[in-house]
Design a protein around this ligand. Sequence first.
Ligand code: ZN
Length: 285
Amino acid sequence: MYEKVSNILKMAKESNTAVIGFVCMDYVMARTVVYAAEATNTPALIMLYPEHVTVQHTTGFAKYAAMVKELANEVKVPIGLHCDHDFSYNAVLNTVQNGFESVMMDGSMHDLDTNIAMTKEVVDKLHEMGVCVEGEIGHVGAASNVDNDKEDLYTKPDAAAKFCKETGVDSLAVSIGNAHGEYKDTPHLDMERLDQIHAAVPDVPLVLHGGSGIPDDQLLIAFSKGINKFNLGTDYLRRYFNAISEFVAENAENPDPVKIINMPAYVQEKLQPYVEERLRTLCHF
Ligand SMILES: [Zn+2]
């Protein structure tokens, strides 16, 4: 059942757990998440990474939103739709006008005052439209970038308090040792800092980006300390690639190329156990 992200975040906060936002580039990935969520009776979010539309042309914003809502309404469990990293007022507004009711305004590469001003402008406009907004403070960089270890990019608790108070964001992405993409070494989340951020903004659901590769024991601790949304992209995309590769390998000698029509079901069968396992292990609604 299609459900607003704000309601799912509220459920996660009440249960002291996190909802997983799966980055899905297409119908097969989205359908797999929806059916895994139903099989485990666990709410989940389908997330669009906007570059997949604007750069890779995988789909359009409106078609993506309509696809997720239709899929969500095939099942009973709550399924939310969220758009990840937009970087400007115009980009966010375009996303919303195409059917998204939950977006991220990422101004984290700017200084604090600029980030606050940009995010507040978005929140003021979108709250009038009933849309919920995730902001980011501190900067979650790329795991491939050595700069990401630098603690000066980590979220500062007092800055988080100021940011939330002045912008009115509905959720807040934090930088506590997490990073996007493939980690070179096992990451170690700064739990003490997370405690301090959670104490500074106890009512705001916190979001952990760069979820692929963080050990489960660290994730579960983080979820007990205010992380209520967890983004999973790299690992899911890699498994999608592997499943397609297996299909291609198994059908390399196939004399009938039209058998490609069997690929979506094959891939879903390969991926769904992984998504179900993630939901069962990490989410406790
Ligand atoms: Zn991110």
